[in-house]
Design a protein around this ligand. Sequence first.
Ligand SMILES: [Zn+2]
Length: 359
Amino acid sequence: MPFFPWLVTGALVLSLLVPGQVRAGAAGDARRGRQPSPLPAPVALAPVPPTVVAPIVNPEQVYTYEQLTKDFAALAERYPQLVRLRSIGQSAYGREIWALGLGTGPAAVLLNGAHHGSEWLTVNLLAAMADDYAQAGARDEGIGGLLADATIWFVPMVNPDGVTLSQVGLEAFPAEARDQLRQLNGGSDDFRGWKANGEGIDLNRQYPADWEHIVASPAAPAFSHFKGPEPLSAPESRALYQFTLEVEPEIVAAYHSAGRVIYWHFHTAPEDLDRDLTIAERLAELTGYALMPIEENPSGGGYKDWFVQTGGRPGFTFEIGQYIDGGPLPLSVFAEEWERNRDVGLVLAAEAVRLRSMR
Ligand SMILES: [Zn+2]
């Protein structure tokens, strides 16, 4: 079994498609009474450009779980040489956690969003990024080499139940679950500020990174901040944890909102400080976000905390958008945050190739 079984599939598709297209062209010419042009000499298999290269993702909308599911399937179908799609697990209420891999190279980067339900504008951002890079790769706008050396994994919606609660509310959940969800939400039917998963666990307080000492965790499930009964008890955090171990990314980036800041440090080993700070400064320059200062006693349990501390590799948390009132960012800020973050995945992929070559 090859490590990337889809590559074999891709090669098969190519070998079937190329002669087929030539035959169709020749038959068409013959029907119009012209001599078919001579067949070109066989060459080494080159990527067949997709017939259509156009945006699939429309990020200027309340971007739902159903829309992501549909768009990621469409991206995988349109760009089979570049994109592979899989579910890395299911949420507590049975929604898939999608991972889309772009590129064929061994240097992996993993970008994820929406650990917190109300921070769903990060899904818009990462879905748009996946689409944008897939189009650029298909048009070979100078990133073909990078996508041959690297694979960028997008997991835009780690918490599909929480996102759906924030966007849609109780009606998207089974009738028998609604009383309990309302209770976890402080008795309110307004779920816009909901951050936890469907079980009332804060997914970014679930990772084994000084979990025991997380500060200000409620004693019981809640719409926000409850760290859970033990690390990785929530299916969504467990799925991302296992997927991260599987793809062994050189670098990870977790997208949250809000504040326009970047966290880059968590008990970072002294010998890794320069490496991580250099990348963080590059990201700050790119996005215009501020770097968070090193904290003496950070509260742990976060995805990037675990990755930095245990993996010894660079990990970043981006907080997009200006902080307003703790609720979801409005769609009106998307365009600016998109401009600030559009190249982050490519910059990290190039960095990942470099780091891998140094190991
Ligand atoms: Zn968050």
